[in-house]
Design a protein around this ligand. Structure first.
Ligand SMILES: Cc1ncc(COP(=O)(O)O)c(C=O)c1O
Length: 286
């Protein structure tokens, strides 16, 4: 496996970072997860926008030109690993760099650590077709979830709870509302209306969510962008989760109880098809 680290393409064993890296010590960094189809990055510009916003939020010195240059890096990492045919998942991380441990920032001369890797993505079609199980879990994350920081403890503990329950995803809630999934955004059909949390600091602005919003508008599907009351989730007619490796995945069991009639609902299926058409069309257009 070949990785990109600080300007070099290296075998995995040679890609090493100092123990004082602030990504390791403080979780002081931003990451991205990007889908590649046929060697091309899906919705690169949107990922770059989100990364820029997070890096500015953390005040890490890594400008837009450097973010934009990572698209070609991603393409090369995909090629170096023989992943051009088919699908891949790109992981990108920019930390504030390595310096003796102080809570305040190191001198501006310390360069950020920049890392990109690619792995083969095998789409779990059966789970997309038949749906997945989810559990609910308290949202215990910090307040700036709109920045995609590498501080993911709340997400890690939630996904572990899901995994231990034999479920795919954990749907998070706080103050009586549903926020999002541990690594996905959440949509539900409540009282006949497709509903999802609005873009605020409480959730990550998912790129899959963004594409779905465009498709929902194109298809003139009624949508309520409002927090889903947690008390209403179990009675939802349909629930689905979405993300760069999840696409649109129906949730058919929640906390061990059937959602709707236990099968992917009609709106979920419609949006899944529209999303996949857009994903693979974008690749074919390149
Ligand atoms: C907390 C959280 N919400 C939502 C998403 C979905 O975002 P995207 O569609 O950009 O992959 C992710 C993806 O990793 C995530 O970690």
């Amino acid at each position: 496996m070949i990785l990109y680290l600080n300007g070099q393409y290296l075998p995995r064993e040679q890609a090493l970072i100092p123990v004082e890296d602030r990504g390791f010590i403080f979780g002081d960094g931003i990451y991205e997860g990007v889908r590649a189809v046929g060697g091309k990055m899906f919705e690169w510009a949107a990922h770059a926008d989100r990364m820029e916003n997070g890096l500015k939020g953390l005040r890490i010195n890594f400008n837009r030109a450097r973010i934009d240059a990572l698209e070609a890096v991603c393409e090369r990492v995909v090629q170096e690993n023989g992943l051009v045919d088919g699908e891949a998942f790109l992981y990108l991380q920019v930390s504030r760099g390595a310096a003796p441990r102080t809570h305040f920032f190191p001198p501006a001369t310390v360069p950020p650590t920049v890392f990109v890797s690619a792995s083969k993505l095998v789409v779990p079609r059966k789970m997309r077709d038949e749906g997945c199980s989810a559990v609910t879990f308290p949202d215990m994350r910090w307040k700036r979830r709109d920045w995609k920081t590498v501080n993911l403890l709340g997400n890690v503990l939630a996904r572990q709870a899901a995994s231990e329950a034999g479920a795919y995803e954990a749907i998070l809630h706080e103050d009586g509302i549903v926020t999002e999934g541990a690594a996905t955004n959440v949509f539900a059909v409540i009282d006949g209306v497709l509903t999802t949390h609005p873009l605020t600091e409480r959730i990550l602005p998912g790129i899959t969510r963004k594409v779905l919003m465009e498709l929902i508008a194109e298809q003139r599907i009624a949508l309520k962008e409002a927090p889903i009351p947690f008390a209403k989730l179990a009675g939802a007619e349909e629930i689905f989760v979405c993300g760069s490796t999840t696409d649109v995945t129906p949730v058919v069991t929640l906390d061990g109880k059937t959602v709707g009639n236990g099968k992917p609902g009609p709106l979920t299926v419609k949006l899944r098809e529209a999303f996949e058409a857009r994903l693979y069309q974008a690749a074919a257009a390149h």
